[in-house]
Write a protein that binds this ligand. Structure first.
Ligand SMILES: C[S@@+](CC[C@H](N)C(=O)[O-])C[C@H]1O[C@@H](n2cnc3c(N)ncnc32)[C@H](O)[C@@H]1O
Length: 202
């Protein structure tokens, strides 16, 4: 079967290599491997998200939906070391890399796992994601309707989506399908990417 970045168990050799990137204004070295999303460096969309989104609160529970090797979860952990950061991914190699990268940086608040391992009652004040558009519209909609309702009252989610991969229609769809009390708008547009913001009323 063809290997995707969202394969549960990638068939490519699990050869780890170091990658030096800037996260939260700090140069850090992480581990990456083939068979996951963007192992060669920080994805352009992720970079837009990390640059444009307001800093998270110092405390609280945050979610990185679809963590890959962890650039978003690690940034949340570096910015708010006392917060709890949940990072989830269906790709087992990505989960392992994110977990190891967090440990190596001493980010004890970051915990990576498979989506099914997250307690059903866990909620978040912030959700940051570069969501897996390539899984297809139906699967993406199901994914977002599974996780966005876990926003706490007053909580905010930020999603970066490439403009030509349907960011505007996704924003309209979210507006129509999220429960009452959720408002979706566009935070910003940069370099062909939109950052969508979903807010839950307090
Ligand atoms: C566009 S990538 C972003 C990865 C990483 N956050 C980054 O910015 O480099 C989306 C990620 O979502 C993961 N993914 C796909 N389907 C998922 C699902 N149902 N639940 C959680 N993560 C999923 C993919 O494996 C992939 O790592």
């Amino acid at each position: 079967m063809e290997d995707h970045y969202f394969s549960a168990s990638p068939s490519s050799p699990d050869e780890r290599s170091p990658l030096t990137v800037e996260l939260a204004g700090r140069e850090v070295t992480v581990e990456v491997a083939p068979g996951i999303f963007s192992p060669g460096g920080l994805d352009k969309g992720t970079a837009v998200l990390l640059r444009e989104v307001p800093d998270p609160p110092t405390h609280g529970a945050f979610l990185d939906l679809g963590c890959g090797w962890g650039p978003i979860a690690l940034t949340l952990g570096l910015l708010s070391p006392e917060a709890s950061v949940r990072a989830v991914d269906v790709n087992e190699r990505a989960v392992d890399l994110c977990e190891r990268n967090a440990k190596a940086l001493g980010l004890t608040g970051v915990a990576a796992c498979a989506p099914d391992a997250v307690p059903a009652d866990e909620t978040y004040s912030r959700i940051w994601s570069n969501p897996p558009i390539r899984i297809g519209k139906k699967a993406l909609h199901t994914l977002l309707l599974t996780w966005l309702p876990r926003l706490e009252p007053g909580g905010e989610a930020y999603l970066v989506v490439q403009k030509n991969l349907g960011s505007d229609s996704l924003a309209t769809w979210l507006g129509a399908h999220l429960p009452d009390g959720f408002v979706t708008d566009r935070l910003t547009s940069s370099k062909g990417f939109r950052v969508l913001r979903v807010r839950r009323s307090a």
